[in-house]
Ligand binder design. Structure first.
Ligand code: ADP
Length: 384
């Protein structure tokens, strides 16, 4: 089945055409074509509809746009309702739109993408694959509740949702298969470390806790996000006269590695630290320390993990950062094999020593593939 995967942001749309098995099973898959349309609203590309026009032309050149069987949308927020990928209709689109306040930068763009496809190809099956669904399916209440008055939950839906679910789920499956453990017996700590970063406690193949919360701001030290901070800081800043917009900008775009090291790109921070930049070295330690604390906590949460798994841009590529994190896990008797850790590969692999208490893995993620497979599965089930 040829699936067009769309990842719509407020000013860009990433697309990929994947050829996946019809049943959504994980057989061979092929990337047929891929690309990105950027600066929507600034230049010749006026809006999402025009961006989709451009994409359909490019896709048409590559495969003939009449050959696309389905479109899979990455949707950031599925709220409390969506715990699985769903076939999109008008009611589903409106439901996603109602979640806009929870993800003001992302869900409106997703809705524009869905509507643009509906206009262009009214009969095209479309599937929404939610970043929150993996967590929504199984987080227990003691993990998703914030200890705040219930009114905040009832009126505004303030609770922990978690993100990167598509990646955490995909990587859990891959890691379990790689270790030869049935997914339903697989307990692990999964660290998805990209520009945004989150860590998930997986028990029996299901998410039981995750570091991002009501928004993607909570948890780890990220490229430009602070991760965990004392909520009292927000009150203090408000009393000092900062607006919500200013605080938002500061914590989401000016914090994290960028604030600590002056750069949000892990490669540059590692290079600076190796060149003797003390701020950069401290930034790496702060990020590694935070992650190691989460790994320790989630090891307890799952009742003893069978593996620690690194994925995404930093997790897959930065042996220096992995070394700093695993170096802090001595108390758990988790031991890094320094040579294996430095090897480069696109395949799942073990980077811990034989006598490490549990294995440490690097497992490449592939969110587009996961979205394409989920889309194929939903469309096939709807036809059956
Ligand atoms: P996102 O999808 O969230 O935008 P990615 O998963 O692509 O992010 O991860 C981006 C991060 O990965 C950046 O901090 C970048 O520096 C880091 N990264 C990518 N390649 C490497 C590499 N070879 N070595 C170290 N870090 C890398």
């Amino acid at each position: 089945m040829l699936v067009l995967v769309l990842n719509s942001g407020s000013s860009s749309i990433k697309y990929q055409v994947r050829d996946v098995p019809d049943d959504g099973g994980s057989g061979e898959d092929v990337i047929v074509t891929e690309g990105i349309v950027e600066r929507i609203g600034e230049g010749p590309v006026k809006d999402h509809a025009q961006a989709l026009e451009a994409i359909s032309r490019k896709v048409g050149d590559a495969v003939g746009d009449t050959d696309i069987d389905a479109v899979g949308h990455r949707v950031v927020h599925g709220g409390e309702r969506f715990d699985e990928p769903v076939l999109i209709n008008n009611e589903i689109t409106r439901a996603i739109e109602r979640l806009n306040p929870l993800a003001p930068l992302h869900n409106p763009a997703n809705v524009l993408g869905i509507r643009a496809i509906t206009e262009k190809w009214p009969k095209m099956p479309q599937v929404a694959v939610f970043d929150t669904a993996f967590h929504r399916r199984s987080l227990p209440e003691h993990a998703w509740r914030y200890a705040v008055p219930d009114e905040l939950y009832r009126r505004f839906g303030i609770r922990r949702y978690g993100f990167h679910g598509t990646s955490h789920e995909y990587v859990s499956r891959k890691a379990a298969a790689f270790l030869g453990t049935p997914l339903e017996d697989f307990d692990a700590v999964i660290a998805h470390l990209g520009n945004g970063a989150s860590v998930t406690a997986v028990k029996g193949g299901r998410s039981i806790d995750t570091s991002m919360g009501f928004t993607p701001l909570e948890g780890l030290v990220m490229g430009t996000r602070s991760g965990d901070i004392d909520a009292g800081i927000l009150l203090f800043l408000q009393r000092e006269g900062y607006t919500a917009e200013e605080i938002d900008q500061m914590l989401n775009r000016e914090s994290g590695l960028k604030a600590l090291a002056g750069n949000n790109d892990m490669r540059s921070v590692v290079e600076a630290a190796e060149d003797g930049d003390a701020r950069a070295a401290m930034a790496l330690e702060a990020a590694a320390y935070r992650l190691a604390k989460y790994i320790g906590g989630y090891h307890v949460a799952v009742g003893g993990a069978h593996a620690v798994v690194f994925t995404a841009g930093i997790g897959e590529n930065s042996w220096q950062f992995r070394e700093r994190v695993v170096g802090r896990l001595d108390a758990l008797e988790i031991m890094l094999d320094e040579r294996a850790n430095r090897e480069r590969s696109k395949e799942p692999r073990i980077i811990s020593t034989e006598d490490s208490a549990i294995p440490v893995l690097v497992v490449p993620t592939d969110e587009e593939r996961a979205i394409a497979e989920a889309t194929a599965a939903v469309v096939s089930a709807a036809k059956a």
